[in-house]
Design a protein around this ligand. Structure first.
Ligand SMILES: O=C(CO)[C@@H](O)[C@@H](O)COP(=O)(O)O
Length: 234
């Protein structure tokens, strides 16, 4: 079932260790078929070295397993909350990439200091608040997704313009139009998180990039007036 999506989700998952974004099994990628309302996701705790496309689990948007004999990722409910709330998402990635986690553990948005960030994220990357005790004890992974969605709604952030978030004390969830694009954005998020840490070290009072620079760099790559590259780039 969903052979093409299964292959894309498998390729995106095995790209995570190649890109240095995961240690052991600390991450997962999913992809969605919107027509069928089905999500393909990595099974929980399976090593990337032994992962095959057949190991992936197919779930519906309520989290029921439709195909697969392995348990889906423990983060499945978070992925599903994002797919339900943000209709343009085609793929979601979660990792514990260290520079993004550093900002998440500091409970700070990742500031946009320059053009590398502005090329892909149209403003600071938000840090979603810590969960309450009741939210952790209850539907933890579902609540993680709900808090991410609340963060975007309450701050009027468009998830197409800021394709990722860091969750306080936890780590990044990043998305894209496809599983491959979600991995691409995860690589960028980790790099800009690292650059922002270096910037703070060089100058603790560094200024955020001005709006004009954000506008120029994001909008020349995204949206109706984009002119960067050859039109098919992520
Ligand atoms: O945060 C955690 C574990 O604390 C998970 O995101 C990570 O280990 C990946 O879990 P899965 O192997 O996808 O269940």
């Amino acid at each position: 079932m969903l052979d093409e999506l299964r292959q894309a989700v498998w390729a995106a998952n095995v790209e995570l260790p190649r890109r240095g974004l995961v240690t052991y099994t600390w991450g997962n990628v999913s992809g969605i078929n919107r027509d069928r309302g089905l999500v393909v996701i990595k099974p929980s705790g399976v090593e990337y070295e032994s992962l095959t496309p057949e190991d992936l689990v197919v779930v519906d948007l309520d989290g029921n397993t439709v195909e697969g004999s392995l348990n889906p990722s423990s983060d499945t409910a978070t992925h599903l909350a994002l797919y339900r709330a943000f209709p343009h998402l085609g793929g979601v990635v979660h990792t514990h990439s260290p520079n993004a986690v550093a900002w998440a553990q500091a409970e700070e948005d990742i500031p946009c200091y320059g053009t590398t960030h502005a090329d892909y994220f149209y403003g600071p990357i938000p840090c979603a608040r810590r969960l309450t005790r009741a939210e952790i004890d209850g539907d933890y992974e579902g609540n993680t997704g709900r808090v991410i969605v609340e963060t975007f709604q309450s701050r009027s952030i468009d998830p197409d313009y800021i394709p990722g978030v860091i969750c306080a004390g936890h780590g990044p969830f990043v998305w894209g139009r496809s599983p491959a694009q979600a991995v691409y954005h995860s690589v960028v998020l980790e790099e800009v998180a690292r650059m922002a840490i270096l910037t703070r070290q060089v100058c603790p009072a560094a200024h955020a990039a001005p709006q004009a620079m954000l506008d120029k760099h994001f909008l020349r790559k995204h949206g109706p007036n984009a002119y960067y590259g050859q039109k098919q780039h992520a």
